[in-house]
Write a protein that binds this ligand. Structure first.
Ligand SMILES: Nc1nc2c(ncn2[C@@H]2O[C@H](COP(=O)(O)OP(=O)(O)OP(=O)(O)O)[C@@H](O)[C@H]2O)c(=O)[nH]1
Length: 963
C-alpha cells in the first residue's frame, strides 16, 4: 500500500509482525501494561470535563449523569435514567438526520485488516497522526514535519469524526486521542442502562451526532492516551471480572501493544484494556444504542468485526445495576448476551493461558481477535480438514498463536501473574498521573560499524551545556538533549553498545530499551552481527531505526545497504517502506541530528509515559563494587521517582539509598522515569537485568531479598538438573508426554550458525528434503560466525536449538548454554545435521497406536455373571491374555473395541487362554455379546512416526475426509 511510509507504520510491518509499534497502546508502557488495567478492579471514571462538554453539545441535561458519575456511577432511579436515555436517543436521531455522509468513509462498520493500513485506519488517532497516515508515500522528512507540527484544525476534525464511537462500535483502527477517550469513558457510562437489546444490531459506523464536538470541545493537547483508555477500561474490566466468574476460559492477559500493526489484530489497543468480551458471554448493550445502531446500520453486515468502544461502559453499567438488585428475566439476559456477542469487539491477547486440554476454536479466534474462519483456513493450509474439530490441543494453539505473535503459557496462574507483573508498567493509580518520559535507546550493529563512535559523538555533542565537562564517569547510560522543532527533548542512551548486552538483559526478562538504532556501515553492508542485532530487536519487538554510517568514506554505498536491508524485509521509508533509515557519518557528526530527530519521532509515536509520582521501580543496568563506595548499581527508573533515603530491593541485594549520582557524576536527590542513576547504599552487588523496587522498610527489603535468594538458588538447582532445557530429547519427551488430539502440528525454532554465507543456503536447501507438513522449521536467526553468547540468549528467550555448521562454540559459550538450558549442536557433515534436525522434528510428532493381533475367538454362548454378561468363547487362533485389547466384530463390522477385563477357564480366573480352548470373556464396559461374534485380541503399542508417515497419514485423513 502506498500509505505505508508513515513512521506510525514505520516499523509495524517491517518484520512480519515481530517488530511493530502501536503508538497508542505502547506508550508509557514497557510491555503490555494494559494488562494491569485489565486485572484491576476499581472502576474510577475520571476524565469528566470533556463529557460534560459533549453532553451539553448534544443538548442533553448532563447534570444527572455528572452527579451519578461522581457518585461512582450510581443512578438514582431507573426511570430517571430511561428518560435521559430516551432524550439522548432522540437527540442522536436528529443529529443523525443532519449528518452529511462522507463518501468513502466507511470505517464505521468495516473491519479493517491490519495488514492493509489505510488512511482511514488512522482516523481515530489524533489529527496529526491522521495526517501522517494520509501522507501516504511522502518522504520521511515531509511526514516528520506533518506529524510534528500537525494541523490543528485537521486534528480537531479527526477527533470529531471519530468521536461518535462513543456510542457505536465503529471500527477503531488506531488509538484515540485523550479527548475521545475521555468522552468515551464518561459518555458511555450513562448510555449503558442494563437493558437487553430488542433486535439484532448490525455493526455501525460512527455516528455523526458528535460532529458538533469541535464547537463544544476545544482541541486538546496531545495527552496520555493510555490514561483515558485505562479510565474507560477500568469500570468494564472490574465489573466484568466480578460479574463473569463463569467465563473462566476468557484469558487474554495483556494488551497487544502492537495490535494495530499485526496480522489479524484488532488495532484498538484500548479495547484490549477494555477486557475483551467473549462472544456469547459478553455484556449486554444498552437499548438506546442498539436501536440507534439498528437504524443507522440496517445494511451493515452483522458479521463484520467491530470494535466496541463503549463496551466497558456497558459492562460497568450492567454490573452497577446488578448491584442495585435489578432482576432480569432469563430470556432477557440471554438476549442481552447474544446481542453482546454480536457487538463484542475481540481484541488480541498478548499472552494466552491455555489449559492442558487445549482451547476451542471459538475461544482461540476470540482471543486472537480473528474470525473462526481464519483458524479453519489455517488448519486447511496445514492440510487438516477441520470438520468436526472444535477443540485444538495446546500445541496446535501454540502454533497458531505463534503466527499471530501471541505468547502462549501453559495454564499456571502463578506464571501468568508473574509474566503480567513483569510486563506491567502501569498500576491503576498510575493512570491518573502519567507523564511523558524520555525514550531509552540502544545502539546495536556489527563490529566496527561505528556504534561506539556514534555513541561518543552523541555524548560529546548532545549532553546538555549545563553539564559542561561532559560525563566524567560512565554509569552505563546517559541522558542527552535533542532539539526537536527547536525544543530540547531528552532521551537516554544505554552505554553498552551491541546486541549481546541487549540479549543478555532480555534473556533475564528485563526490557529496558524502547528503540534500537542499528548501525550499518555504508562501506560494508549487512554483516553477521547486523543480522543478529536485527533478530534481537525483532524478537523483543523493539522498533528499529537504521543508521547507515560512514557515508563520508570512500566506497560508501548507502543505496546498496538499503538494498540489502530491503532484501531482508527492512524496507526503507524513502522507498515506500516503513523502516526509518538515516545516512550518517558518526565520525564527522554528519546527519546525527537527523538520526536523533527520527528516533525522537519514533519515540513520540510510542507515546512513552510513566507515573513519576509513586515509588520507583525499574531495572538494574549495571552494577559493580567500588573500593571506596562499596557496591554500586546503575538503575534505570521505569516508573515513579527514586529518592535518596528510599529503601530499595533488587534481586538479592537491598539497602537504603545513601547517594544518587547522575550520568555526569553529579549528586542528585532523585531520579524520575527513564532516568539512569547510580545508586550507592546496597548491601550487595545486584546483577544487570534485576528489577528493583522501593519497599517500606529495611526489614521488608531484607525479607524480600532473602526470599529471592532462596528462589534463585532453587532455580539454579533445577536449571542444573536440566529443567526447562530445550533439547532434542526434551522436545521429544515433552511431546510424547502430552496427549494431543490428532492435530499433530508443531514448530521447531532454530538458530543456524554457519561458516560462510553460502552454507546457509546449502543447509536450508538440504533441509528442504524434510517434510514440513507436520513440523515447521522456523529460523530465528541464520548467520555466519561462531556460536556466541547472544545466540544462546536468543535461543533461551525463544526456546530454540542452536545448530552450528562448520563453526565452533567457545567454552564460555558452551557453559552459558549449559546454564541456560540451551542445546548447541555442532556439525561438520551436512547430512548429520539434517538427520538430527529430522530427529528433532520427529521427536515433536505424536506417536501413534498400533494394534498387533494376538488371537481370535468366536462367541459360542452368552451367560449372565454378576453385574453383566460374559461371552463363552472358543479361541480359534493365537491366544487371549487378560488386559489385552479386544475388538468385537459382528458380520464383518467392528461393534466395540475395549480391554479384556475378565478371562476365565471354567470358573477360574486365568491370565491367558490359548487356541483350541474355551474361555469366558468379560468386559467392564460392554456385555452385548451375540452368538457368532468374532472377538479379536490385540496388543496396543505406541509407535513413533517418521515425518513421511505423519505426512502420509495426514494426507490420507484429508483424502478420507474428501477434501
Ligand atoms: N570514516 C568513518 N569512519 C568511522 C565512522 N564511524 C566510525 N568510524 C571508524 O570505524 C572504526 C570502528 O568504529 P567503532 O565506533 O569502534 O565501531 P564499533 O561498532 O563500536 O566497534 P566495536 O566496539 O568493535 O563493536 C573506528 O576506527 C572509527 O573511527 C564514520 O562515520 N566514518
Amino acid at each position: 500500500s502506498s500509505t505505508t511510509t508513515t513512521t506510525a507504520d514505520f516499523i509495524a510491518d517491517q518484520n512480519n509482525n515481530s517488530v511493530s509499534i502501536d503508538s497508542n497502546s505502547f506508550r508509557g508502557s514497557k510491555d503490555g501494561d494494559d494488562s494491569e488495567v485489565v486485572l484491576k478492579q476499581t472502576p474510577k471514571p475520571v476524565l469528566k470535563p470533556p463529557v460534560a462538554r459533549v453532553e451539553r453539545g448534544l443538548g442533553v441535561n448532563t447534570a444527572p449523569w455528572s452527579k451519578d458519575l461522581s457518585n461512582g456511577g450510581k443512578f438514582d432511579g431507573e426511570e430517571e435514567r430511561n428518560k435521559v436515555i430516551e432524550s439522548l436517543g432522540e437527540v442522536l436521531d436528529k443529529a443523525e438526520k443532519l449528518e452529511i455522509p462522507k463518501p468513502g468513509n466507511k470505517e464505521g462498520g468495516e473491519a479493517v485488516k491490519p495488514s492493509q493500513p489505510s488512511a482511514n485506519s488512522s482516523n481515530s488517532r489524533n489529527g496529526s497522526y491522521a495526517n501522517a497516515s494520509d501522507g501516504g508515500t511522502r518522504k520521511t522528512k515531509t511526514m516528520k514535519s506533518v506529524w510534528r507540527k500537525g494541523d490543528a484544525v485537521a486534528a480537531v476534525q479527526k477527533v470529531v469524526k471519530e468521536s461518535p464511537k462513543i456510542f457505536n462500535r465503529g471500527v477503531q483502527t488506531e488509538p484515540r486521542t485523550r479527548e475521545e477517550g475521555e468522552v468515551n469513558a464518561k459518555a458511555g457510562t450513562p448510555l449503558a442502562p442494563p437493558q437487553p437489546p430488542f433486535r439484532p444490531q448490525p455493526p455501525v459506523r460512527p455516528q455523526p451526532m458528535l460532529q458538533g464536538k469541535p464547537m463544544v470541545a476545544p482541541p486538546v493537547k496531545k495527552s496520555p492516551i493510555l490514561k483515558d483508555l485505562g479510565m474507560a477500561a477500568k469500570p468494564l474490566v472490574s465489573e466484568e471480572v466480578d460479574s463473569s466468574v463463569k467465563s473462566k476460559e476468557r484469558k487474554p492477559i495483556l494488551v497487544d501493544k502492537f495490535a494495530s500493526k499485526k496480522k489479524g489484530v484488532d488495532p484498538a489497543a484500548s479495547q484490549a484494556v477494555l477486557a475483551p468480551t467473549k462472544p456469547g458471554k459478553g455484556p449486554p448493550s444498552n437499548k438506546f444504542r442498539v436501536e440507534h445502531r439498528n437504524k443507522k446500520n440496517a445494511s451493515a453486515s452483522p458479521r463484520r468485526r467491530i470494535v466496541a468502544e463503549d463496551d466497558g461502559d456497558d459492562d460497568a453499567s450492567i454490573s452497577r445495576s446488578g448491584r442495585k438488585g435489578r432482576k432480569w428475566s432469563k430470556a432477557s439476559r440471554k438476549a442481552v448476551r447474544l446481542q453482546a456477542a454480536k457487538d463484542a469487539a475481540p481484541v488480541k491477547a498478548e499472552i494466552l493461558e491455555v489449559e492442558e486440554e487445549g482451547m476451542s476454536i471459538e475461544d482461540l479466534a476470540y482471543n486472537l481477535a480473528i474470525g473462526e474462519g481464519d483458524i479453519l483456513g489455517y488448519l486447511y493450509s496445514k492440510g487438516i480438514r477441520p470438520d468436526g474439530v472444535h477443540t485444538l490441543d495446546r500445541e496446535m494453539v501454540k502454533m497458531i498463536c505463534r503466527d499471530y505473535d501471541v505468547e502462549v503459557l501453559d495454564a499456571d496462574s502463578v506464571k501468568v501473574e508473574e509474566m503480567a507483573k513483569k510486563r506491567q508498567t502501569f498500576d491503576e493509580e498510575d493512570l491518573d498521573k502519567l507523564e511523558d518520559r524520555p525514550p531509552v535507546i540502544t545502539i546495536m550493529g556489527h563490529v566496527d560499524h561505528g556504534k561506539t563512535t556514534l555513541l561518543d559523538y552523541i555524548r560529546k555533542s548532545k549532553v546538555a551545556a549545563s553539564e559542561a565537562g561532559g560525563i566524567t564517569q560512565g554509569i552505563g547510560a546517559y541522558k542527552v538533549s535533542v532539539p526537536v522543532d527547536g525544543k530540547l527533548q531528552s532521551c537516554v542512551f544505554l552505554d553498552t553498545p551491541g546486541h549481546e548486552a541487549f540479549g543478555a538483559m532480555r534473556a533475564r526478562g528485563a526490557r529496558v530499551t524502547d528503540i534500537a538504532i542499528i548501525v550499518v556501515a555504508a562501506d560494508d553492508g549487512i554483516r553477521p552481527q547486523t543480522n543478529e542485532a536485527i533478530a534481537h530487536a525483532k524478537a523483543a519487538a523493539v522498533p528499529i531505526v537504521i543508521a547507515i554510517n560512514k557515508i563520508d568514506k570512500e566506497g560508501a554505498s548507502p543505496d546498496r545497504v538499503m538494498q540489502e536491508l530491503s532484501s531482508i524485509g527492512l524496507m526503507p521509508e524513502d522507498w515506500g517502506g516503513d523502516v526509518p533509515m538515516v545516512q550518517i557519518s558518526a565520525l564527522k557528526g554528519e546527519n546525527v541530528d537527523d538520526l536523533l530527530e527520527t528516533v525522537m519521532l519514533v519515540a513520540e509515536l510510542q507515546e512513552l509515559k510513566a507515573n513519576p509520582h509513586r515509588n520507583a521501580k525499574g531495572i538494574v543496568i549495571e552494577a559493580g563494587l567500588d573500593k571506596a563506595k562499596g557496591p554500586f548499581a546503575t538503575f534505570i527508573v521505569q516508573k515513579g521517582t527514586l529518592k535518596r533515603g528510599d529503601v530499595v530491593v533488587c534481586g538479592e541485594a537491598f539497602g537504603k539509598v545513601r547517594a544518587l549520582f547522575d550520568h555526569s557524576g553529579e549528586r542528585v536527590d532523585e531520579a524520575g522515569p527513564s532516568i539512569p542513576v547510580q545508586v550507592i547504599g546496597l548491601n550487595n552487588v545486584p546483577i544487570a537485568g534485576d528489577e528493583f523496587e522501593i519497599v517500606s522498610s529495611l526489614d521488608v527489603a531484607r525479607e524480600m531479598a532473602e526470599a529471592r535468594a532462596v528462589s534463585l538458588r532453587d532455580e539454579r538447582i533445577s536449571a542444573k538438573a536440566g529443567d526447562g532445557k530445550v533439547t532434542l530429547s526434551s522436545l521429544a519427551s515433552a511431546v510424547s508426554a502430552k496427549k494431543m488430539s490428532g492435530l499433530d502440528l508443531h514448530q521447531l525454532n532454530i538458530i543456524l550458525k554457519v561458516d560462510v554465507q553460502g552454507s546457509i543456503e546449502a543447509v536450508r536447501q538440504a533441509l528442504q528434503v524434510l517434510p514440513q507438513e507436520n513440523v515447521t522449521l522456523k529460523f530465528l536467526l541464520q548467520a555466519t560466525g561462531d556460536v556466541s553468547n547472544s545466540d544462546v540468549d536468543l535461543a533461551s528467550a525463544s526456546e530454540a536449538i542452536v545448530f552450528g555448521f562448520n563453526v565452533k562454540a567457545s567454552g564460555s559459550v558452551k557453559k552459558a548454554a549449559e546454564n541456560k538450558g540451551v542445546e548447541i549442536r555442532l556439525y561438520r557433515v551436512i547430512y548429520e545435521l539434517i538427520d538430527d534436525v529430522r530427529n528433532a522434528m520427529e521427536g515433536l510428532l505424536e506417536s501413534v497406536e498400533e494394534q498387533i493381533p494376538i488371537g481370535s475367538a468366536e462367541v459360542r454362548a452368552t451367560f449372565s455373571s454378576g453385574s453383566g454378561r460374559v461371552a463363552g468363547c472358543m479361541v480359534n487362533e493365537g491366544k487371549f491374555v487378560k488386559d489385552c485389547g479386544i475388538r468385537v466384530v459382528r458380520k464383518g463390522k467392528t461393534v466395540h473395541v475395549g480391554v479384556l477385563d475378565s478371562l476365565k477357564r471354567v470358573k477360574e480366573n486365568v491370565k491367558e487362554v490359548s487356541a483350541g480352548l474355551e474361555c469366558g470373556i468379560g468386559m467392564d464396559d460392554y456385555d452385548d455379546w451375540i452368538e457368532g461374534d468374532i472377538i479379536e485380541a490385540f496388543n496396543a503399542v505406541q509407535k513413533r512416526r517418521t515425518l513421511e508417515e505423519a505426512s502420509a497419514s495426514m494426507s490420507a485423513a484429508i483424502e478420507e475426509a474428501g477434501v
